[in-house]
Ligand binder design. Sequence first.
Ligand code: MTE
Ligand code: MO
Length: 384
Amino acid sequence: SDYSREPPRHPCLKINAKEPFNAEPPRAALVASYVTPVDYFYKRNHGPIPIVEDIERYSVIITGLIDNSKDIFMKDIWSLPKHTVTATLQCAGNRRTAMSKTRKVRGVGWDVSALGNAVWGGAKLADVLELVGIPKLTKSTPSGGKHVEFVSIDKCKEENGGPYKASIPLIQATNPEADVLLAYEMNGEPLNRDHGYPLRVVVPGVIGARSVKWLDSINIIAEECQGFFMQKDYKMFPPTVDWDNINWSTRKPQMDFPVQSAICSLEDVNHIKPGKITIKGYAVSGGGRGIERVDVSIDGGKTWVEALRYQKPGVPYIADIEANSDKWAWVLFEAEAEICQSTEIVAKAVDSAANIQPENVEVIWNLRGILNTSWHRVDVRLTH
Ligand code: MTE
Ligand code: MO
């Protein structure tokens, strides 16, 4: 593989793996703004960053179980209605390093910043699929369990040098309400190379692994994609399953992510003076579920106070689409506390379906180290 033409990256990023490039921003930078600046947005790759030189000749072929395959060019995408969707992309491996502390898991280590919130601009996949005669979802649309597969132009070693790929159900792809985008913009700027230039998929509310970057083709297929990242990775196994007794085919590929939160104004261990501190972080849930509550404890989880939640600064957040909240996006939270002894500070969130984060990582431990959504705990040690 060739890593000689990687794009420049911001020096603040913490590099978890160099080749392929995997990096996340420092905690405090992550929650400094509701919309994550592109430079600070985590970068999760499985191979070298591809280069698309000739944007006029770049096309995505739509093929598979349709009458006529069609090459879609950027001008075709640009001529469709442009939608902007504020959505949080989260890697299923977010917080993997902490899961490894109880029992070793396999995969790139991540702290709590393998996610970001961006304003994605692009065409709705449902509109693009209409160009090849696939109707939008209606209550009576038969999907026959079909999937829409996204294949990249990148090359990754897990696919034996083949391209990265993933799929989502056709009923989600053709549902305009699901807001699945073929995005060419991130925060109002053309996508940069790291994030999928010139065109990527964004599947809101679903683990990042399904939002395929550097799109090459779209295949309509009879059942879910058989690629490595769907079948041999990104599946949730119970804690009893380890590498010597794993049977991959017993589990479905992970799609929606569960409720998650983390404290970002503090590191794992903090040395502070007694007094007032502000506890800041993010909370997010998958599937379009909002955040109903964020609880913060300054005594290791014995007692709790409710944190203030917001998306737009100064506007209290309500988990309700009628209230104009961004349903696919995280909320930031903030709580003030008086610290007068060394202690453990904890955060946990509750989503709009009343799902709550698990108290301990042990009960959700899984060999691939995905979806560590256990209560986020940080230590504060007093200095006098
Ligand atoms: N698409 C391609 N082509 N190659 C990849 O390695 N990584 C996936 C997804 N799409 C990947 C990809 C994973 S696991 C995640 S979490 C997101 O992209 C990360 O997107 P980002 O780098 O824009 O943050
Ligand atoms: Mo990921």
